[in-house]
Ligand binder design. Structure first.
Ligand SMILES: Nc1ncnc2c1ncn2[C@@H]1O[C@H](COP(=O)(O)OP(=O)(O)OP(=O)(O)O)[C@@H](O)[C@H]1O
Ligand SMILES: [Mg+2]
Length: 333
């Protein structure tokens, strides 16, 4: 694993009045990794997130970032170095979009020129053309556009860490999907360390390198999406995945395992006229492969990775695998 960056050691949060929101949480988040905090309402996700930037102080244990305890740092300075995006973004209504995004860079005394350049770049990145949007006020934006501004603002000062609490919540499924995809693209370019809160298992599987599943303040499993789906650690995890298990397996299983085993050198390339240029990657999920077959109308597709041609996959082989997954997960969605 890459070097741990954010480390939770036996972290707990008990509120006065007897609610224990988080218990004995130990986990490590690597530099550049996205860990999704997943769980039902009240499981302790927001509390866990807010302890990282000290909006909430732990009542036990330790959180370190790059080796230094967050409790030893000035909370205001700490927060300037950590991007934070939440569902109801809390944009300042009397400030333009540009000024909203520029809040932290201004606090950090960036020059006006640098701030302007950064704001325009971020607006372009989140798909809001600056000429059209920088001078508007939050009330003149749709909900989805405001969420984009929230993401831009979290990235504004180029912090190494971003905390996101249901940042795409309260959006229609299509806009949500689009924002998720855009963020994934963005994220692969910027490689931040991200803690991302959601209660939606599909969003967790899509966004997370790893998923931390919480229940009643306890960490139930910390695993990659495919490990979580294929090897639930306990009965709680199993029941949490519940009736979604078939769909989740189609999303997390890749077609790599369906290829003929070819040790050593790559195979010779397939005939050039094959499939009009459409190819699969061994890292494609079963769902993605099904989509590609549907889109192209082919019955056989070539599989290609960075090292070259890996072999062919027949649609019939893929459908067999889907049937196999269905029988293993034992239910129909
Ligand atoms: N200030 C507080 N005082 C007392 N209890 C609190 C306080 N804030 C949160 N809690 C309790 O702590 C538990 C965890 O809350 P938290 O906000 O972390 O949950 P969550 O997983 O983010 O839930 P949701 O999905 O609904 O946002 C809940 O039982 C909640 O009622
Ligand atoms: Mg919450």
């Amino acid at each position: 694993m890459r070097e741990p960056f954010i480390v939770f050691e036996d972290v707990g949060k008990a509120y006065p009045g007897g609610v224990t929101a988080v218990r004995d949480l130990s986990m490590q988040v690597a530099q550049g990794e996205t860990v999704v905090l997943l769980g039902t309402s009240g499981s302790g996700k927001t509390t866990t997130l807010k302890m990282v930037n000290r909006l909430i102080e732990p009542s036990g244990g330790r959180i370190t970032i790059g080796g230094s305890n967050v409790m030893g740092q000035d909370p205001i300075a700490l927060r300037r170095g950590i991007g934070y995006a939440i569902q109801h973004i809390g944009l300042f209504p009397h400030m333009t979009i540009a000024d909203n995004i520029a809040v932290v860079p201004k606090l950090l005394n960036w020059t006006p020129g640098r701030i302007e350049e950064r704001v325009d770049r971020l607006l372009n990145m989140v798909g809001l053309p600056p000429a059209q949007f920088r001078a508007r006020y939050p009330a003149q934006l749709s909900g989805g556009q405001r969420q984009r501004v929230g993401v831009a603002r979290a990235l504004a000062a180029d912090p190494p860490i971003i905390l996101m609490d249901e940042p795409f919540g309260a959006l229609d499924p299509i806009t949500r999907d689009q924002l998720q995809n855009e963020f994934l693209e963005l994220e692969s370019a910027i490689r931040k360390t991200i803690l991302f809160v959601t209660h939606d298992v599909f969003e967790a599987v899509k966004m997370g390198d790893r998923i931390a599943l919480l229940d009643e303040g306890r960490l139930q499993q910390l695993a990659t999406p495919s490990e979580l789906v294929e090897r639930p650690a306990n009965a709680f995890v199993d029941s949490f995945l519940g009736r979604h298990r078939f769909q989740l397996a189609l999303l997390t299983r890749t077609i790599g395992g369906l290829l003929p085993h070819t040790p050593g050198a790559a195979l010779p390339p397939p005939p050039a006229e094959r499939c009009g240029g459409a190819v699969l990657s061994p890292r494609n999920s079963l769902i993605e492969a099904l989509d590609t077959f549907k889109r192209t109308g082919q019955t056989v597709l070539s599989v290609v990775d960075r090292d070259g041609y890996r072999g062919d996959l027949a649609k019939s082989r893929l459908l067999n695998e889907v049937a196999q997954v269905l029988s293993e997960t034992g239910n129909v969605v």
